[in-house]
Design a protein around this ligand. Structure first.
Ligand code: IMP
Ligand code: MG
Length: 186
């Protein structure tokens, strides 16, 4: 297989190196998938992926959760093309599925300030699901200012910009097979 796996990435004049390898991501994703399969055994949960960043993690996580399930997507905008959050969340694509009485598993790529996930949790809870489970691949713990309880976190990471495996920097880098972190400026 011809995966996109450079040692370093240059994007918009910034340099990034590998933070998490394909193997580490797959192993952790499988652990979370097994836990979800146990948690929802005999049920039929619906995964809600947050576009665009979570699409790759979601597709792997679903296939590593060996129970019947469904999927739908929501799309938010808060960053534009910048690296720093604008502090404002806008819903660009709403959920089509009826979530009333459903077991909902929200899947995010990364929790940074926590603004997006708290907005999403409020939004989904207003649709009266039977349960809401919050999953994120990455969590920048020291950057999170909102009070939020995450049910499953793939990796806690430093407060530096990352890209790859679905995450972008101004729309670039999503197809990288592993996760890269910005290097310090010299
Ligand atoms: P929050 O609302 O500040 O928690 O930001 C969450 C959203 O910002 C994520 O869903 C990502 O789309 C984006 N984001 C935050 N940090 C990064 C990063 O380091 N790389 C790429 N996207 C990021
Ligand atoms: Mg996102």
């Amino acid at each position: 297989m011809n995966r996109y796996l450079p040692d370093h990435v240059h994007c918009k004049g910034e340099r990034f190196h590998v933070l998490l390898t394909e193997e580490e991501i797959q192993k952790r994703t499988a652990e979370i998938g097994s836990k979800l399969a146990r948690q929802f055994e005999g049920k039929r949960p619906i995964f809600i992926g947050v576009l665009n960043g979570a699409f790759i993690f979601l597709s792997d996580l679903m296939r590593l959760t060996p129970i019947p399930c469904e999927v739908d997507f929501i799309k938010l905008s808060s960053y534009g093309d910048e690296k720093v959050s604008s502090g404002e969340v806008i819903e660009l694509k709403e959920i089509n599925a009826d979530l009333t009485g459903r077991d909902v598993i929200l899947v995010e790529d990364i929790v940074d300030t926590g603004l997006s996930i708290t907005f999403l949790a409020d939004r989904l809870n207003s649709l009266q699901p039977a349960s809401l489970t919050l999953v994120t691949l990455l969590h920048k713990v020291s950057a999170t200012t909102r009070q939020v309880t995450l049910d499953h976190v793939g990796f806690e990471i430093p407060d530096r910009f990352v890209l790859g495996y679905g995450l972008d920097f101004s729309q670039e880098g999503r197809n990288l097979a592993q996760i890269y972190i910005q290097e310090d400026e010299v």
